[in-house]
Design a binder for this molecule. Structure first.
Ligand code: HEM
Length: 555
């Protein structure tokens, strides 16, 4: 360290008056003093004098410092003397390489962004708790449902296609991801605000996302691309009908339901299996923004969803959702004219919903990045008593989330506080980038006679009977249109009008005639009134739509 670099000698700028030491540390970061010191060739001999004159110079500045300010440090914990001026070679010279505080500060800043989520990038996180209301131990061994327990949760709501910071008013499903920090490890229920999805096979997901994300050429979302994909994916007709209702534009995260969408398996202590679907019912009701009100809403506040949720919690009005399940015995899977493990289908109301618990959201995270951005949800994160079903979309999701998170956050992302289980983690995984785990000992393998970690055979996964050969074939019972029509007919006249307004708005922008008519034929096949109104709103030839719809099979 050069002799005259007194600014790096903590003693020099420390004030003799200990009572003002806290202020003094903050004050030493202020510039005039540092400049002055660096210029003084006799700095060693003039320390006391300097301290006095600096004291008078900075005392005025000190008034502006918060009374409780803590001493600023580098990432190493060492004090920072000056956070306003870089070290320079004299008054006119360049900045010095030795100013490692400056260099490290810029390096940290340059690396502040991590890869954005490929989907669901715009999100809002919030903490809360889940309390079970019904004993369902006959269905599942999962302890999170044991009456009398209370499980902390972290929820991340999101839009799907928009980038980080994009407007929250988007014609999009809303992510509804819940992380339960249970006594048997973390359980993630990674759902959306509807009971169904657009496609039914994971192999189509990257194409679905590409077609719906902003164009690879213009960077702007384009209905021509989206409906080009959907015209060749008739299974999306049901989901598209949901998407273009006012539910596709919720006015608040509090005003929507949540669904895990896929069926999962409940396994009880005897190893008995039931298929189950999960539904979060909002106690606040369901409200959407009508098409004519969207431009004003975006203009007024495009962070509407986050602001609404956080303002509600700040006002001690804590939103709540009741969790309901539908249960199906494996022997009944084949009884329907659709495939109950097809995620484009709802299970009928003849399978009753039973309430099993309530979730209350009540705490805003202190740190957006460490909670909302660093949280990692995955439908594969399950606990004993809950297992995946054979749903083909779910099967793909079981792989994809942890894979993207290892890329986005690194291999040790489960050590991050927001993802860390509340129970001990004992296994032989170790090392890797940014490892901060607390694994100890050298027996990091198994089997072993000296290892202190033993597998727990009672938690083996269930056995699922299989038939047939390996294959690459579509499911048998596609039934692509009927449930879309059934849903359309449940809508009020106002909801139908809003659906036609919003959907015809995007369909009218489709310049490819074949794609536009194919889409209209799907909606006509779902319900003739629905298709007729859309054809009229898009100035299409109804007879041509009817002719194409007559060619479609729905089985
Ligand atoms: C095979 C189909 C799917 C694939 C491959 C897939 C993949 C992904 C990926 C890679 C992410 C980003 C995760 C991250 O970076 O942390 C994500 C997020 C998400 N996905 Fe999917 N997804 C699929 C289908 C679905 C479905 C059907 C749903 C709804 C049931 C869904 C709901 C979500 C939600 C809510 C998030 C955001 C989680 C969060 O807030 O961090 N996804 N998905």
């Amino acid at each position: 360290m050069p002799k005259n670099d007194v600014a790096h000698e903590p003693g020099v700028l420390e004030f003799h008056d200990r009572a003002s030491a806290t202020h003094a540390r903050a004050v030493t970061t202020n510039v005039p003093a540092r400049r002055f010191l660096n210029k003084d060739p006799n700095v060693k001999s003039s320390k006391v004098q300097l301290s006095v004159s600096i004291l008078s110079m900075v005392s005025a500045i000190a008034i502006a410092q918060p009374a409780h300010a803590e001493g600023m440090t580098r990432d190493t914990g060492a004090p920072v003397g000056d956070n306003q001026n870089s070290q320079t070679a004299g008054p006119e010279g360049p900045v010095l390489l030795q100013d490692s505080n400056l260099i490290e500060k810029l390096q940290r800043f340059d690396r502040e962004r991590i890869p954005e989520r490929v989907v669901h990038a715009r999100g809002t996180g919030i903490f809360g708790e889940f309390v079970p209301t019904t004993d369902i131990s006959s269905l599942t061994a999962a302890k999170v449902f044991t009456p009398g327990t209370k499980t902390p949760v972290f929820v991340r709501f999101s839009t799907v296609m928009g980038y980080r910071g994009s407007p929250e008013q988007a014609r999009d499903p809303r992510g509804f991801a819940v992380k339960f920090y249970t006594q048997q490890g973390n359980w993630d229920m990674v759902g959306i605000n509807w009971p169904i999805f657009f496609i039914r096979d994971a192999i189509k997901f990257p194409d679905f996302v590409h077609a719906n994300k902003p164009s690879a050429v213009t960077g702007v979302q384009d209905p021509n691309l989206a409906f080009d994909f959907f015209a060749h994916s008739p299974e999306a007709t049901n989901m598209l009908t949901h998407l273009y209702t006012d539910d596709g534009m919720p006015d608040s995260y509090r005003h929507m339901d949540g669904f895990a969408v896929h069926a999962f398996k409940f396994v009880n202590a005897k190893g008995e299996i039931h298929y189950v679907k999960f539904h979060w019912k909002s106690r606040q009701g369901i409200e959407g923004i009508r098409p004519q009100d969207i431009p004003h809403s975006i203009g007024a506040d495009w962070n509407l969803m986050t602001d609404d949720l956080y303002n509600s919690v700040k006002a001690h009005s804590y939103p709540q959702w009741d969790l309901y399940i539908q249960v199906l015995s494996p022997k009944d899977l084949a009884k329907f004219d659709f495939d109950p493990l097809d995620d484009t289908k709802v299970w009928p109301s003849s399978i009753p919903e039973e309430k099993v618990g309530t979730m209350t959201l009540n705490r805003i995270p202190d740190n957006y990045f460490q909670s909302t951005e660093e949280s990692a949800f995955a439908p594969s994160r399950l606990v004993p008593g809950i297992e995946p079903s054979e749903d083909r979309m779910l099967q793909g999701r079981l792989f994809s989330y942890a894979d993207t998170q290892m890329y986005r956050l690194g291999p040790n992302y489960m050590d991050l506080p927001i993802n860390r289980p509340v129970v001990p983690v004992n296994n032989n995984n170790q090392d890797g980038l940014m490892n901060a785990g607390d694994r100890k000992g050298e027996v990091n393998y198994e089997p072993s006679g000296i290892s202190e970690i033993a597998e727990q055979p009672k938690y083996k996964s269930v056995q699922t009977p299989l038939t047939g050969t390996t294959q690459q074939m579509a499911i048998h019972k596609t039934l692509d249109f009927r449930q879309a029509g059934e849903y359309y007919r449940t809508l009020s006249e106002t909801d139908k009008t809003d659906l036609i307004t919003a959907l015809s708005g995007d369909l009218s922008r489709v310049t490819n005639d074949a794609n536009k008519y194919t889409m209209l034929s799907y909606f006509y096949k779902a319900d003739s009134d629905y298709g007729t109104r859309l054809a009229q709103a898009t100035h299409a030839d109804l007879a041509r739509v009817q002719g194409m719809a007559a060619q479609l099979r729905d089985n």
